[in-house]
Design a protein. Structure first.
Length: 114
């Protein structure tokens, strides 16, 4: 498994906005294939992948500003098993409303037993 990171697309580039993915998880890619479009200060740039393999996971959603060096996607060798999906985040149980107060039984009316 290897990481595909946001490249420096210019000498002074610190970050870019991921405009769109041109691939999807499970897709086979070849070195030099254009896999994404990134917006920089100088315009939209097509980004190529550096290794052959299969896209395992896309880590960044389009529209996100991404610093240079940040992992954009993970790549696995062809034939390797896909990674397990990230575990679902468990939501805490919904708070239950407090139970309604139980009225106390009224003392019996009438003469007290002797």
């Amino acid at each position: 498994m290897s990481d595909f990171r946001m490249p420096a697309l210019g000498a002074d580039m610190e970050s870019g906005v991921l405009v769109e993915w041109l691939i999807e998880p499970g897709q086979q890619v070849k070195r030099g294939q254009v896999v994404a479009v990134v917006e920089t200060q100088k315009g939209a740039v097509e980004v190529e992948i550096w290794d052959d393999g299969v896209i395992d996971q896309l880590k960044i959603e389009p529209g996100t500003k991404v610093p240079v060096g940040e992992v954009l996607a993970t790549l696995r060798r062809a034939g390797a098993q896909p990674s397990a999906p990230a575990p679902a985040v468990e939501k805490p149980p919904a708070s239950r409303p407090a139970p309604a107060p139980v009225p106390l039984a009224a003392p019996p009316s009438g003469p007290a037993p002797s």
